[in-house]
Ligand binder design. Structure first.
Ligand code: 5RP
Length: 240
């Protein structure tokens, strides 16, 4: 999954200023796009056949408390846009924890009526420890309350305990830009340790060669390619 929904709270993120020019050429290499309805309507042509995970929570910006989100898309619009899933941010331990959990459970209830699953995205506040204990807690709560699948961050120590204790599929979130080999290693380990797939944004579109990077990530996820082999692929495509 290629994540390009960052603008919903941080505006024109580096690498996403011109989604039409810089992101559309990458779409052919992704299974799924994660984006907002504004970008889907205004930029993505109807010929794109990749499945869409629609960002449906929102209402805050980086200038304010991020956990204070609401559901920001009507269910009818998700149906009209033919999305395959709806993504809701869940802030376990955040100031508006309860509100964000209820946003998710509402979307699970409404989406289930129409056969559209909900992706819970575990958002980690600045002051929280990104460790296995936290991610086990956050992912399990989302699963227990009905999320159909969950996006969460990779951690070096104990990620397999997070995937093992979560009864629904886990998708690894990308996070901040890393050197390409490190990002490929993270994706590889996540999949080997139980993630069903990855949802990467900045590590792809902020790469020196986004087209090469998305193909390398795809090789790791779909072909079980090692990080080293995938990095070779990255270098080859980049230099073509
Ligand atoms: C926000 C999101 C975004 O999709 C997320 O930021 C993914 O992109 P990146 O790989 O750049 O972190 O869910 O929480």
């Amino acid at each position: 999954m290629l994540a390009v929904d960052h603008g919903y709270f941080q505006g024109p993120t580096t690498g996403l200023e011109r989604i039409d020019i810089n992101i559309l050429p990458l779409v052919q290499h992704a299974d799924t796009l994660m984006l907002t309805r504004g970008i889907l309507r205004s930029i993505v042509p109807s010929s794109v056949s990749q499945s869409i995970v629609l960002r449906v929570s929102g209402g805050t910006s980086i200038l304010k408390e991020l956990s204070n989100e609401e559901i920001a898309v009507d269910m009818e619009d998700s149906i009209r846009l033919n999305v395959c899933a709806m993504a809701v941010q869940v802030f376990i331990g955040g100031e508006y924890e309860r509100q964000s959990i209820i946003n998710m459970t509402k979307m699970v209830d409404i989406g289930t009526r129409y056969g559209i699953p909900t992706l819970a995205v575990t958002a980690v506040g600045k002051d929280m420890t990104r460790d296995a204990r936290y991610f086990r807690l956050a992912t399990r709560i989302c699963a227990e309350l009905g999320a159909h699948y969950i996006k969460t961050y990779y951690i070096e120590d104990g990620f397999e305990t997070v995937t093992a204790s979560c009864p629904v599929p886990i998708v690894m979130a990308g996070g901040k830009k890393l050197p390409e080999l490190d990002a490929l290693t993270m994706a590889y380990r996540a999949v080997q340790e139980g993630a069903s797939g990855v949802d990467m944004g900045r590590n792809i579109f902020q790469s020196e060669s986004p087209a090469a990077m998305i193909q390398a990530v795809k090789a790791v996820v779909h072909d079980n390619e090692t990080p080293e082999k995938a990095f070779e692929l990255y270098t080859t495509v980049k230099n073509e």
